[in-house]
Design a protein. Structure first.
Length: 244
């Protein structure tokens, strides 16, 4: 489904991503992990068209999206959430999800009433229908994360990019969010590429992980196998931990 081949992105003299290759297959949940500054969010930005790769290629369902703009990529079936929520603060929850509906794929001629009904469905799915008339700026962090998930799902993606959706949530909220993501993956038959620092979640929620460090891919494989590798432990915790 998603094929990334030797992709690089530089910012001035800094190589944020360097010759990275990996894939996400249909129906897979793949974790993208690594220490802070490893290039994970940059990679998501390259996939969804916010940044353009300096070299290499990105293809989705056989279409080259390397230089494609974000709106076109979204209509092809890739959507995302953000590490720091990016709501339309002055819009109601319903209106914010409506934006997702109207900019998603397979909806070129949907009427506004039909789009609002569709948006209501996704708000109900994430448990926010009761907050449909609440301005986004008045929602708490968990609600904002669910609003972002609803907006992303409303575009009817085939591939969902999640960027630290658990950040800032307490254990109970994290459990709720995880259940919601599992439900979405099953109900909407989506593939997921997931950045997450909570390793317990990555271990339990993904079939495969890709590890970045300093912009390079240093490992890929089943979560338990990869996270027991001394070089991965060193990347996260330092060399002295990898020796024990």
């Amino acid at each position: 489904m998603l094929e990334i081949k030797t992709v690089s992105k530089n910012f001035g003299g800094l190589a944020a991503v360097s010759d990275v290759s990996f894939s996400v297959k249909e129906g897979e949940v793949v974790g993208l992990i690594g220490p802070n500054g490893a290039g994970k969010t940059t990679m998501l930005n390259l996939i969804c068209g916010i940044y353009k790769a300096d070299s290499g290629s990105i293809s989705f369902d056989g279409t080259d999206i390397t230089k494609m703009d974000s709106a076109k990529i979204c209509k092809l079936g890739i959507s995302r959430t953000y590490q720091i929520p990016q709501p339309f603060e002055s819009m109601t929850a319903l209106a914010g999800v409506l934006v997702g509906v109207l900019n998603g794929k397979n909806r070129p001629n949907m009427s506004l009433p039909d789009a609002a009904l569709e948006a209501s469905y996704y708000l109900e799915f994430v448990g926010l229908f009761a907050k449909r008339d609440t301005l986004a700026r008045d929602l708490n962090l968990y609600e904002l994360r669910m609003l972002e998930l609803a907006r992303a799902l409303a575009t009817t993606p085939k591939l969902l990019l999640l960027d630290e959706v658990m950040a800032g949530l307490n254990p109970t909220e994290s459990s709720w969010a995880l259940d919601m993501i599992w439900s979405a993956q099953e109900q909407f038959a989506i593939s997921i590429l997931w950045i997450e620092h909570v390793m317990k979640i990555i271990m339990n929620a993904t079939q495969r992980v890709v590890v970045l460090q300093y912009g390079k891919k240093i490992a890929e494989g089943p979560p338990k196998e990869v996270t027991s590798d001394p070089k991965i432990i060193e990347a996260y915790l330092g060399a002295r931990y990898a020796q024990h």
